[in-house]
Structures are given as structure tokens and as C-alpha cells.
Design a protein around this ligand. Structure first.
Ligand SMILES: CC(C)(COP(=O)(O)OP(=O)(O)OC[C@H]1O[C@@H](n2cnc3c(N)ncnc32)[C@H](O)[C@@H]1OP(=O)(O)O)[C@@H](O)C(=O)NCCC(=O)NCCS
Length: 409
């Protein structure tokens, strides 16, 4: 019953694909996929090169013997670690049917997929989690966050900044190439940016409702007429819902918020995923209190599979050395490593010397991403070491640029 099977993504909707979709949607307590949803999803799987993994229980009654009791998907992409891209294994669709939970099926799928990723030479595995308590045990640590912002677009809305360039409304389908280009530019430049899956580029389908929904789009063009930001949004009853807003500069994104605020007939703009924790929108408003953070949440979790390559690809702002003991139950990064940084370039060598700091691999992922300081994590009981070393390691391993990952998957 616990055999992991990897399905080939077919060129048309097959019974196996339907059964996977049904099990995955049921696992998330979602309604079944519509025919339209299945066709769009298949196109996404093909474009992403997704590996679909299942476990079946052939003893299941009522005609369900060949349907999966557990689903798991992954595909290959990249993470920008600061000094370059590293190969990343993106994970999603982790579900086990309620009848089969707590028997180790997720554990089996995860270990299988991580082992393959490690053998392929992927440097990290990435996922976004619906529950914060599931993935730490596999070595995943939080490495990026997002906020849901609500901006009062009534009479108090006024920006300090002067408008520049121009804006244009467009049908979402007509700006897919522009959005992809903007994302590629962003991904190339942004520390801890992770690649986007295909679903970001097909708009106008509501996955929850399983039907087409009208979306709109707008683009900002700089003073030379080059697109530098794009937004996809929906008009809801009393607000504008920003589904995706991304530019090559944050100033260009502010210009698109200006455009949406000036549209009539709504009371607020709801930006569901503001990925940059230092986004200037609040500072750019004459009345910063018209922005409310409705919630802050973790987005990308990272699992380091190859510690020396992850460290070597990460950019650092200071030079120095520290010996860190890493606790990794899966073994990929376990041991004591001497991290040496010279001219911003780091190396990690195994050492038999005494460690100065100790932490698990999930915590090390958070540290490497620059999301949190070592001393904060030490105060939280996640890093162990002499306070003076904790302090110097905090300064050594911090990043002036926060991790910004513009992707949920
Ligand atoms: C989360 C889910 C996939 C777990 O599947 P499962 O097969 O029951 O998990 P396993 O039996 O392999 O459990 C592995 C470990 O994770 C723990 N675990 C499982 N689900 C957990 C949860 N929701 N919260 C905390 N720990 C959890 C188990 O206790 C076990 O720990 P152990 O190794 O220390 O004994 C399943 O509950 C599910 O499908 N939930 C609904 C969909 C969902 O939320 N998916 C996650 C999407 S990000």
C-alpha cells in the first residue's frame, strides 16, 4: 500500500489525471475540478514539467481501489541566492485522504521526493505551507513572508511622490508576455526570489470556484515608454482586489496603486500578496495610516539539500568566520561546518573543530535567507551558542536586502 508511483504527465486528460485531481482537491476539502479547470491544470503541468506522485491503496472499497490516497507534486526551478541562481525543487499538492492520515504516507512521499532532488543535484527544495507545523521536521524553514494590505482609496488617498511615465489598461491575456518579462527581470535581480509556476501566467480562472472570472490588467510605462510594472486585479463589491502586482522597481508599483486608487466606485484596494516587507507604499502616502496590514504570513519555506553550494551562492555583506553545528535528521547537511566569508564570497567546509553555534537545518535555512537575525533566533531557543558569538554571527550572516519571493505555489 505504501509504494510511491510517479505518473507521467499525459498529453490529454486521462483517468489517472482525473483521479489525481479528485484526490488532491478532496485532500484540501475543495470541490472537484471542472472540465475547464482540468484542461488548464494539464497545460500548467506540461509547461512546468511537473512530477505527479501518488500512493494507492488497492484494498479500498466502492470502486476506489485504483484512486490515490495520497498526492504530491514537484518540479524544477530556480532560487536567486544573491550571487547566482541555484537549482530548486518546488513542492506542492501534499495531501493524504482523511481515511489514511497519520500512517506515514506524507512522510514516505516527502522522503522519496527529497531523495530524488538530492540525487539530481538540486541545492534546495521549496514549498509554501497551509499549516506551519508540518514541514519543520523535514528541515524546511521559513525564508520569505508576505502581507495582505488594505489601502483606503477614499478622499484621504494622496501620494507624496510625483507621477512619472504613463499607465494603460489592458486585457490580461494581452499583457502575459510583459508580465513574464517583468518577472524575469525581478527574479534576476532580487535576493531570495524564487521562480514562478505556470499558473501565474494564465489569469481569469478562479481555482476555488472552478470557473472563469473576469480579471483586468494595467501596465505602467517608464518615461521612455518601457513597461516597468503590471497589475492584474478584480473588481469586487466594495473594493479592488490586487491579484498580482509586480514591477522592476517598487516606485513603478506605487504608480499602479495610484492608478487603481483613482478608479471610481470603490472604498479600498486589497493587495492580497505584498511580497516585499520593505515596500515603500506606506512611506509614499501622505497619510500612512490609510494602509492596514490585515495579516502577515509565511510564504516560501526552504530546505537546504546541498549546504556548501547554498552557502557559496549566497551573497554576504561582511567578511568573517564561524563554525556552526547543523542538526539534520535527514543527514544531507548534518555536521559541523566552518563558514568563511572573504570579499563577500563564502565557503562551507566540514570541520572536526569545536562548533561555536548550533542550530537545526530548518533554522539555518531561515538564517541563510536573511529573513531573521541569529540573535533573534537564539532568543527564541532555536540557536545555541555563547552570546558574544551569537552577536557577531548575527552581524556576519545578516543580509541588508530582505528576502523577497514573489510566488505562492
Ligand atoms: C498534512 C497531511 C498531508 C499529513 O499527511 P499524513 O500522511 O497524515 O502525515 P504522516 O502520517 O506522514 O505524518 C508525518 C509526520 O508529520 C506529522 N503531522 C502530520 N500532519 C500534521 C499536522 N497537520 N500538523 C502537525 N504535524 C503533522 C505527524 O505527526 C508525523 O510526525 P512524526 O514523524 O513525528 O510521527 C494530511 O494531514 C493532509 O492531507 N492534510 C490536509 C491537506 C494539507 O493541509 N496539506 C498540506 C498542504 S501544505
Amino acid at each position: 500500500m505504501t509504494e510511491v508511483t510517479t505518473l507521467d504527465v499525459p498529453d490529454h486528460v486521462t483517468d489517472d489525471l482525473r483521479a489525481y485531481a479528485a484526490a488532491m482537491r478532496a485532500g484540501f476539502h475543495e470541490s472537484p475540478m471542472s472540465e475547464e479547470g482540468l484542461a488548464i491544470w494539464l497545460a500548467h503541468l506540461q509547461a512546468d514539467g511537473t512530477r505527479l506522485r501518488v500512493i494507492r491503496d488497492h484494498s479500498r472499497p466502492f470502486g476506489k481501489a485504483d484512486e490515490p490516497v495520497a498526492t504530491f507534486a514537484s518540479w524544477g526551478g530556480t532560487l536567486n541566492a544573491g550571487r547566482g541562481m541555484v537549482d530548486a525543487n518546488f513542492i506542492t499538492d501534499v495531501t493524504v485522504q482523511a481515511t489514511h492520515r497519520r500512517r506515514g504516507l506524507m512522510n514516505k512521499l516527502m522522503l522519496h521526493d527529497l531523495r530524488e532532488a538530492h540525487e539530481r543535484g538540486d541545492v534546495v527544495a521549496l514549498l509554501t505551507a497551509t499549516d506551519a507545523q508540518i514541514y519543520g521536521r523535514f528541515g524546511f524553514g521559513v525564508t520569505a513572508t508576505a502581507r495582505r494590505l488594505e489601502i483606503d482609496s477614499g478622499p484621504k488617498f494622496a501620494l507624496r511622490t510625483e507621477p512619472y511615465g504613463s499607465t494603460a489598461f489592458a486585457a490580461p491575456d494581452d499583457v502575459v508576455d510583459v508580465r513574464r518579462h517583468l518577472f524575469e527581470c525581478f527574479h534576476r535581480e532580487q535576493f531570495w526570489s524564487v521562480g514562478r509556476a505556470q499558473h501565474y501566467w494564465s489569469t481569469g480562472f478562479d481555482w476555488h470556484e472552478q470557473r472563469a472570472t473576469p480579471h483586468r490588467a494595467a501596465v505602467h510605462l517608464d518615461d521612455d515608454g518601457e513597461p516597468d510594472a503590471a497589475v492584474v486585479f478584480a473588481i469586487e463589491s466594495d473594493h479592488i482586489l490586487v491579484r498580482d502586482l509586480l514591477g522592476t522597481t517598487r516606485a513603478a508599483e506605487v504608480e499602479l496603486i495610484r492608478l487603481l486608487a483613482h478608479a471610481e466606485g470603490h472604498e479600498k484596494i486589497v493587495w492580497r500578496h505584498c511580497f516585499d516587507p520593505r515596500h515603500p507604499i506606506t512611506w509614499a502616502l501622505k497619510d500612512p495610516r490609510i494602509v492596514t496590514t490585515a495579516k502577515t504570513f509565511d510564504t516560501v519555506w526552504t530546505r537546504i539539500l546541498d549546504l556548501p553550494r547554498a552557502v557559496a551562492a549566497r551573497s554576504f555583506d561582511r567578511d568573517g568566520e564561524v563554525a556552526v553545528n547543523i542538526d539534520d535528521p535527514l543527514g544531507y547537511a548534518a555536521g559541523t561546518w566552518r563558514l568563511s566569508i572573504r570579499d563577500g564570497v563564502a565557503s562551507a567546509e566540514p570541520t572536526s573543530g569545536e562548533p561555536e553555534l548550533g542550530m537545526d537545518i530548518a533554522t539555518f535555512s531561515t538564517v541563510l535567507s536573511g529573513l531573521e537575525h541569529v540573535d533573534t533566533l537564539a532568543s527564541a531557543g532555536l540557536v545555541h551558542g555563547d552570546p558574544s558569538v551569537v552577536g557577531s554571527a548575527s552581524r556576519l550572516l545578516t543580509s541588508w536586502e530582505p528576502p523577497v519571493a514573489a510566488s505562492i505555489f
